[in-house]
Design a binder for this molecule. Structure first.
Ligand SMILES: [Zn+2]
Length: 76
């Protein structure tokens, strides 16, 4: 058995505690960086005919208003 004095035991205890806290912090930090940034594929449009607002995919050339059914252009 290795004999350890009280000073050495206290230092080992504090070092182990500090190492545990730092490793938990690093794990949480690394985990938080992995979160994906959500990109919105939809865009907010306002109907030219009835002024209703709606969300629609921005990749289409024309969008159909869900309120009145009219076609609105995505290009302004
Ligand atoms: Zn409309």
């Amino acid at each position: 058995m290795i004999e350890v004095g009280p000073d050495t035991a206290c230092m080992l205890y504090l070092a182990a505690s500090l190492l545990a806290v730092i490793s938990i912090w690093l794990y949480q930090h690394k985990k938080s960086k992995k979160k994906e940034i959500l990109t919105f594929q939809t865009k907010h449009f306002i109907c030219d005919f009835c002024t209703a607002s709606y969300l629609e995919s921005a990749t289409k050339a024309y969008t159909r208003c869900p309120q009145c059914g009219s076609l609105n252009t995505t290009k302004r």
